[in-house]
Design a protein around this ligand. Structure first.
Ligand SMILES: NC(=O)c1ccc[n+]([C@@H]2O[C@H](COP(=O)([O-])OP(=O)(O)OC[C@H]3O[C@@H](n4cnc5c(N)ncnc54)[C@H](O)[C@@H]3O)[C@@H](O)[C@H]2O)c1
Length: 113
């Protein structure tokens, strides 16, 4: 499997986001992380550091990715720090998608997709 140099993860403090982040870190990727929850973000950063990922390969930003300014902040910071951005992993929210999408509002669909 080919691992990207630079990865940005939205919802990096979550179950899947944290897991993906730790795995990408293990394979040497530089990581730009964003989560709305500072405590969860701190935990994943600590896990990365315990796993041997150097601090200069980790950029963690607290923010709400549904807010365009916060989303731009992490992308701009990634490009400024690492020079480019290879992939974006979006795992930022837990939604109940068991109900039909036809019952959802346009605002909801915009947020998810
Ligand atoms: N865990 C599973 O088994 C599973 C299976 C299938 C699909 N999914 C989907 O994958 C996604 C992630 O799942 P998870 O289990 O990791 O969820 P999670 O709740 O553990 O993680 C979500 C993370 O996103 C963060 N977050 C929420 N809103 C945010 C916002 N506006 N801006 C920035 N960060 C925000 C939360 O603080 C949290 O750290 C969800 O959409 C979920 O429905 C999960």
């Amino acid at each position: 499997m080919s691992i990207p140099d630079i990865c940005t993860c939205l919802g990096a403090g979550g179950i899947l986001g944290g897991g993906a982040t730790v795995r990408f870190g293990k394979y040497g990727a530089s990581l730009a992380l964003i989560d709305i929850d500072q405590e969860k973000l701190d935990k994943v950063v600590a896990k990365l550091q315990e796993g041997g990922v150097p601090s200069e390969k980790i950029l963690a930003v607290k923010g709400d990715v549904t807010n365009p300014d916060d989303a731009k902040k992490v992308v701009d910071a990634a490009v400024k720090t690492f020079g480019k951005l290879d992939i974006l992993v979006s795992l930022f929210k837990r939604y109940n998608l068991r109900e039909s999408l036809f019952t959802k509002s346009l605002q909801f669909l915009d947020q998810v997709f």
